[in-house]
Design a binder for this molecule. Sequence first.
Ligand code: HEM
Length: 361
Amino acid sequence: MRRLLMENRQDSTQAMRWLVGLSLIGTLAIGIFLRWFLAGGVGLRWDFGYLRHAHSHLGYYGVLFPLAWLGWRVADARAPSRRMLLVYLIAVVVAVGGFLRAGYGVEAIVASTVVGGIWLISAWRLRTHCRALSDPLALVLPSVVAAQSCVAPIAYFLRRDPLLAQGLVSTFLSLLLLGVLVPSTLAALRRRIIAWPALFALAVLAACGLGVWPGLATRVGLIGYALAIGFSLLRPLPMLSRIELGVWSAMCVGLLALALGLLPNNRSVAIGAIHFVILSVIIGSLAPAWLPRRLAWWIWVLHHLAVGVLTIAVVLQGLRPPPWAPRLAAVAGATIGLWWLTVLLANVIAPKLAAGRRRAR
Ligand code: HEM
């Protein structure tokens, strides 16, 4: 029985790794194409909104949540089984196909409901973590529930008040980022947090501030959240690498700058910040749980430099945009894509081909 469970666990880990890899390629491909379109480098025959939905949903559904699950495994917590993962995979394919075909159409909504259901089930299974105040995974269940409570209002206001619906979407995405993905990454890095109810309250305030309730909530929530995460980085053990420390500290400084009004709380700044957190902080920190081989530190430095340039170029577009900023963002995006293509070829595909050749001999 124990062996069977172990095999199931290994199979589902493998399936998650493939899902992350393929979804990352798809997400990057659409994202880079959109960046070149925004820079005036390529034409577009598709609806921009549909492509953007497909990009962001594939990223959250196919890359970030399965990566978080791999992080839970590192932290010895329960992640979805092989069977649940199969249902999830089908739902992701149908949802992304639906977003590409018709935006928020019937397929996208039905399949996204299945995806949301699996998030809820997997979060519910972490409920025992709420008993330990300093366990980052304790935040997952309340944050998934709070984020999902935005879904019905988003659907209701989508046509009646598109601006409010956009604010709710930003709150939903921020809550998932601050309340689920950042804590899951901290858990994989074996960090402790301040009391989780306090961090959860700060994440909710910050997410409201970044979406439906800008103003005081943004400042209080973001300052508290950034300081609380900074506090968990300061604890000496276990050691973080200098690169990890650098990108996490950059995230905290960026959030403080936003909270103190040094950066305006507008869409370009939010998009730049989201991409830095996703690419450098979350994917960068969780990559060891996903990639079969570790990468040398200087290879990561190249990645974070390209992400840094992308972030600055996108954030600049929310200040007083120089005319070259969209092109710079597009070039940085393409560099990140090339970096991942090289890493995936060298790290995953080439060793598999070599092993296949050895077995054939
Ligand atoms: C796993 C990686 C990524 C994830 C999870 C992700 C996620 C997101 C999210 C959540 C949004 C906001 C969508 C919205 O507000 O409706 C977005 C927008 C966007 N992303 Fe990404 N992204 C990723 C990587 C990239 C990369 C590498 C590029 C290329 C440089 C890129 C280009 C874009 C563009 C052009 C937009 C639309 C910006 C706009 O509407 O002004 N993304 N992405």
